[in-house]
Design a protein around this ligand. Sequence first.
Ligand code: MN
Length: 336
Amino acid sequence: MEEPLEPLRVCVYEDRAVAMDSLILMAESFCSLDRDVSLHLTVPDAPDSVRAWASRWPNVELSTERPEEVTGWDVKPWLLLQELNQGRPEVLWLDDDMIVTRPISHLIRHFPSDVLIFAEEWGRWTVPVCHLWGMRSARAFRLFNNCFIRVTQAHRPLLDRWLQMTHDPRYREAQALPYDQRPVQAQHDGWLLVALLESEEFGGVPFECIRAGRHIAQCAGSSGYRPYDRLIGLFRGLPPMIHGLGRKPWEVRQERNRIQRFLLDLATDVSPYVLASRKIAKKIDMPVDWIEARTRLGAVLRGLTGGHPGMAGLPLAIIHALQLSISNMMKSDQRK
Ligand SMILES: [Mn+2]
């Protein structure tokens, strides 16, 4: 008889009070679709809402201790290693600023069982960084998005080195600076992993990517989830994950300029991530203020498309994509 597969272990971390609603919405979307998973939430100082939600799911484990000597996004290698230390063959890290629309355990099974898997970025940037950490480069490595990382026991040395690099004084000093003043190789934890995978030491580690557009909507700006993918999605269905990267809908707006503020509010109203979150919140009757429409036009676009996460923002995505390609054409003309 075949042994039943172990449920996929997934770890998620959150320590910001403002992000607790998004954590619950992510976890709800994930668990309600996928019974073949074991979800480990690490939420230091978890509020009652998170505790109550977690207690309803037998396959959800909630840890409330603060991890040692790591904070914010640097917890990834630490948490992944904790799970592997318990003997699990594989573990998946997921960001909590996303909504899941299809079982992730099925998606993972399309990939070889032993490779590193992560998500494609919304843009294509290959920036050599490992020499900036004093390592020799073995291959070019394109920046990926850290919202989805599947590792196995074979990746322990890589995770150990990644964790070690998050303690490097050069990285720590950069993290203390405002985001736009950090050197690229230390801008965020993802660049450390890119540096390692580019280096001679880990340049032979095989990897696969889940595809932007097909497997994950990377909602950066209005056209990160491209018009083409949105239209294909009408037939294929929404991508299994909708990631609200970049500016968060729960952040306080600081724009003074009225037009700029209107455009950002409109983009938030029709953001695929916000609309997908809204569907989950409605389903479980959860009051969340940042899912409500802020502009009349946003409310109209939502109404016309039945709040479809891909369609409500299609007009904006087309305008944004055109703007981008015109400015790219102008830049390449200037270079000629
Ligand atoms: Mn994210």
